[in-house]
Design a protein around this ligand. Structure first.
Ligand code: NAD
Length: 327
């Protein structure tokens, strides 16, 4: 469907996943791309190469600003909605952030799309956390009941519900992609980024949140972008659909620490566990997940890197960047 449209609005396009997706669209298609971003966690540097292109537009605005959002949607044929609070842990201290940044922003977008005559196609960045601590691993898209254990997961699931409701009621087409942990050199959050930074700042020990046995799937950004492209090419009628996107394996936080120790060989390589939430990193941290990705594989997609390879690659990139900055 999106492959046939020419004007794509990418909310959150100046962020980690968004800027890689926009690069792919700018280099590999002739679509007109507009980014809608308030730069709260994203950055202009991520998208600087495109400012001179007549096919590119940057809209510096917040998704809570309805009139800017309506104008942006009016000028688009389809939306890839990535803007959100990306920090799962924040919700355990601030109960408003996920509600406003995830749910209200998505409602605003859906309202703008309902009013627009042309823009009826939406791809939404959802998350593995909507499954909570599923009893079935790997977890397929039709698993239920979905019992998220974080406000982040809860609001993303609520967004999926809203998108489904709008799609069926107002003749729109919505697809949610439930992403595993996505990692890459431009990542500014998540366990690999946090641990690498801690180790570079203080090689004498590595603080791990939780008992280190949390076991999750880590997908390299390049694989994630290929998967998003496959999904964007689906020719779908009005309605709602869901795709898991992740690796076929999962690794523990301790394994990630080991991979980092191999690459950052200074210091005593000691782990200090900060385990005050029954093994979790924080209240709401899912201890273990693995997504069943057979559905997206039927579209011809497969991850090039497993979780261990992806973490290794990204750790190498961090180290390279760090050495460049400090040489
Ligand atoms: N990175 C992951 O591991 C991961 C995993 C699952 C789901 N996701 C989802 O994918 C999406 C992108 O994640 P990311 O890792 O690239 O995060 P990111 O923080 O790098 O990107 C989010 C972008 O949205 C923008 N933004 C946030 N609130 C906004 C608002 N109110 N108005 C306008 N712009 C706003 C930010 O400035 C940023 O550029 C998010 O929806 C996130 O929840 C990410």
């Amino acid at each position: 469907m999106i492959v046939k449209v020419s004007r794509i609005l990418v909310t959150g396009g100046a962020g980690f996943i968004g800027c890689s997706l926009v690069t792919k669209f700018m280099n590999g298609s002739d679509h007109n791309i507009a980014i809608y971003d308030n730069l709260s966690t994203g950055s202009k540097e991520n998208i600087l190469p495109w400012f001179e292109s007549p096919r590119f537009k940057f809209i510096f605005a917040d998704m809570k600003d309805n009139s800017s959002l309506e104008k942006a949607v009016e000028a688009s044929d389809a939306v890839i909605h990535l803007a959100a609070n990306p920090f799962v842990a924040l919700g355990s201290n601030d109960t408003k952030i996920d509600f406003y940044e995830n749910l209200v922003t998505t409602y605003n977008l859906l309202e703008a799309m309902r009013k627009s005559p042309d823009c009826k196609k939406l791809i939404f960045a959802s998350t593995s956390t909507v499954y909570g601590e599923a009893e079935l691993l790997p977890t397929p898209e039709n698993y239920g009941p979905l019992i998220p254990i974080s406000l982040y997961g809860a609001t993303k699931l609520a967004c999926e519900g809203l998108i489904s409701g709008y799609s069926h009621t107002f003749n729109m087409s919505g697809i949610a992609v439930r992403l595993a942990n996505i990692i890459g050199p431009l990542n500014k959050h998540g366990v690999v980024f946090d641990l690498a930074n801690k180790l570079l700042a203080n090689p004498s020990y590595l603080e791990v949140l939780g008992n280190g046995m949390q076991r999750k799937s880590y997908l390299h950004i390049d694989d994630c972008i290929e998967a998003l492209l496959r999904v964007s090419e689906i020719q779908s009628d009005a309605g709602f659909d869901v795709y898991n996107i992740g690796t076929d394996d999962a690794i523990t936080v301790i394994d990630i620490a080991r991979l980092l120790f191999q690459r950052f060989p200074t210091g005593p390589q000691k782990i200090k566990f900060n385990d005050t939430h029954e093994g979790r990193g924080w209240n709401g941290d899912v201890r273990e997940f693995l997504l069943d990705c057979s559905k997206i594989k039927k579209l011809g997609w497969g991850a090039k890197y497993n979780s261990t390879q992806a973490v290794g690659l990204v750790a190498d990139e961090y180290l390279k960047k760090y050495k460049l900055i400090n040489s």
